[in-house]
Design a protein. Structure first.
Lengths: 325, 334
């Protein structure tokens, strides 16, 4: 029994590792065509799905045309023309070849900016909630508010999306001006979504502060604020950073709510209330109809998101947690 | 223990086998999903035959049909006879829908759009509502000097394909620069994308001074003002069922070419220009199953007209359904 238990827990742990590596390999191999085509320039290129004319000699144009014929998927992208409609005949196809290029700058920037907005909005509020629940509120109020926050965490993201689109976006547009769906709207709703995680975990870790420490501080004449600032926060630092990391993971990958609220256009935002797009939204919106290089470019984006999440989270973990200890 | 597993396996295989025989499986285009769904329900009530249609989008529908993963597939984008032959598929139209220009312009209704205005709105060259390209068709109306917001679909969709196909037919420049696509990165910097038709409807309703393309059914259900648009003959046509029907009657859908045509911008004095047919694909090597599929569509052409109309779709005109029946007979799938 002892042995079976050990093996079982070991295999559960390895499963995560195997899955992680498996996902990485799948993403990489699916993204390979796009990586070969665009290289690292993909990351700084703001044009997504843009057709550019490639000047080619007629010989190469022929081979390209033949390739397209062999490839049933490429055929889908051809336009259909009514033969009785002379003005619609493609007269410019024979001497130019167009190529579609993909660049990931806009979704990458959109992902990072929405996450930053969400964190800046949610972090102070989450800390406020946690301090209130752990130290200030009476027991019964703390209990009720605590349940409300945990319920907030259980709401599916699509509901945040619909709520944001129908009720929250008009308010944001009224207050700030500009478009209803924008970086700001998406970031704020995302902030509301990660708020409960941060608040709940922070409260729990604040609750673990030994009463002896707090009482000694009070005995030395410290005020409530000083106790919170100098005893509770340093003691629960690890828990707070852990909550931020969890929230970061959710904010980076959130798809459904953001898809309704970010405006979904491949344009770099010039202001905080401009619409733009994030990586998960780009994938959710375009995956269904993507094929060929476009699909590969989406996988490339997915790989980048994977690397961003991995880098951010491991950086936070190694740097902050080490420092905290 | 193993015995139990074996029995469980055997029974599950049995159940799977039974259900596979009972249900006609379809997948694909989401544009006609609402009408197919209601037809399927009504057909099931009448005949007891079960049909599953899953909306996955036209591209996935085509892929499923080619891979023989389904008994029939829906697509907004017809396949050419050449491709059909290569993949061993037959094709026929299912229903016709209409796309409208919905707008949110406080204090103004009965707005008219010329052909040039629609292209200019889509390519981002119109920045303000009082631009002459819009104002010229709306004499006597005081259009505000407000920034125009163009609302489009953010996710890939047959509606976008049919709208951009229409634009390609109207404007040579559009065709050369953007063409007809299910999703594209829209030009200009004063547009926003909504997810699904309901997302576009919400944005149109909530954003003052916005305009966007949306299917007739969603525009109607959400009380969105729809513009009167100029057709090929130069007449301004209201988005109404009888005008969609006039357009469908003019559609050049030819059975000899497997109905391979996009019907946008048809001829005729009172045809509404932004109409779109959506198509059904069936595998050619399974005539028995195809007969079940065509029997359903035959029923839908005959008995599904009121359902289609109530959802803002246009039932196919009789001249066309007769052609389709003949096509089925020729292919031996009726």
């Amino acid at each position: 029994m002892e042995k079976i238990f050990q093996k079982l827990s070991l295999s559960s742990a390895t499963l995560v590792f195997v899955l992680l590596i498996g996902i990485f390999i799948t993403l990489y191999s699916a993204a390979k065509p796009a990586i070969d085509e665009f290289g690292l320039h993909f990351i700084i290129n703001p044009d997504w799905n843009k057709e550019i004319v490639v000047e080619t000699p007629s010989l190469r144009a022929d081979t390209v045309a033949n390739d397209a014929e062999d490839d049933a998927i490429a055929d889908e992208d051809d336009m259909i023309l009514d033969e009785d409609d002379d003005e619609m005949l493609l007269d410019d196809e024979d001497d130019t070849v167009t190529k579609t290029i993909y660049g990931g700058l806009v979704p990458i920037v959109g992902t990072l900016l929405t996450t930053i907005i969400a964190l800046t909005f949610a972090l102070p509020i989450a800390m406020g909630i946690a301090v209130f629940l752990a130290e200030i509120a009476p027991k019964n109020i703390s209990y009720v508010v605590g349940i409300a926050i945990e319920l907030l965490a259980a709401i599916p993201s699509i509901i945040f999306g619909m709520w944001g689109l129908y009720y929250f976006a008009p308010i944001v547009a009224d207050l700030v001006g500009g478009y209803q769906v924008s970086l700001l709207t998406a970031g704020l709703v995302l902030g509301v979504m990660i708020l409960p995680f941060m608040a709940a975990i922070t409260r729990d870790s604040m609750n673990t502060t030994p009463a002896v420490l707090k009482e000694s501080a009070y005995a030395l004449g410290a005020t409530k604020f000083e106790v919170i600032k100098d005893i509770i926060f340093p003691y629960s630092k690890v828990g707070i950073i852990g909550s931020i990391i969890l929230a970061l993971g959710r904010a980076l990958g959130e798809t459904m709510a953001v898809a309704f609220l970010i405006g979904s256009i491949f344009v770099l935002p010039k202001a905080i209330n401009d619409p733009t797009i994030s990586i998960p939204v780009a994938m959710a919106n375009n995956f269904g109809e993507a094929s060929g290089l476009g699909e590969s470019a989406l996988f490339y984006l997915a790989l980048i998101l994977f690397i961003i999440s991995f880098a951010v989270i491991s950086l936070a973990k190694f740097y902050f947690l080490k420092k905290a200890k | 223990m193993t015995k139990v597993i074996k029995i469980a396996l055997a029974s599950s295989v049995l159940v799977a086998g039974l259900s596979a025989n009972d249900v006609i499986k379809g997948s694909g285009a989401s544009f006609p999903y609402s009408v197919y769904q209601k037809w399927i329900k009504a057909y099931n009530k009448e005949t007891g035959i079960k049909i599953d249609y899953i909306k996955k989008g036209s591209s996935k529908g085509i892929k499923d049909a080619k891979a023989r993963a389904v008994d029939f597939a829906g697509t907004d984008k017809p396949l050419s006879p050449k491709v059909l032959k290569k993949s061993g598929l037959y094709q026929f139209p299912g229903v016709v829908g209409a796309i409208t220009m919905g707008y949110n312009l406080p204090g103004i209704d009965n707005l008219k759009f010329s052909r040039a205005a629609i292209v200019a709105i889509a390519d981002g060259s119109v920045k303000y509502w009082d631009n002459p390209i819009i104002a010229d068709a709306n004499k006597g109306m005081k259009l505000p000097h407000k920034k125009l917001t163009f609302v489009h679909r953010a996710d890939g969709s047959g509606t976008t394909y049919n709208f951009t196909y229409y634009l390609s037919k109207v404007s040579k420049k559009w065709r050369k620069t953007y063409g007809a696509k299910k999703s594209l990165s829209w030009p200009g910097d004063h547009h926003i994308g909504g997810k699904t038709n309901s997302g576009v409807a919400a944005l149109l309703k909530q954003t003052p001074y916005s305009v966007g393309y949306i299917d007739y059914a969603d525009a109607k259900n959400n009380d969105i003002a729809m513009a009167t648009v100029e057709n090929k003959a130069g007449n301004y046509i209201k988005p109404e069922l009888k005008n969609f029907q006039a357009a469908a009657a003019k559609a050049a859908l030819n059975p000899a070419k497997d109905f391979y045509a996009v019907i946008a911008d048809p001829k005729g004095a009172d045809s509404y220009p932004m109409v779109a047919a959506t198509f059904i694909l069936v595998p050619s090597e399974k005539p028995e199953m195809d007969k079940k599929v065509t029997a359903f569509y035959d029923w839908a052409y005959k008995n599904g007209q009121d359902i289609a109309k109530s959802l803002g779709f246009v039932p196919l005109p009789e001249s066309l359904t007769n052609k389709i029946r003949k096509y089925w007979e020729e292919k031996g799938i009726r």
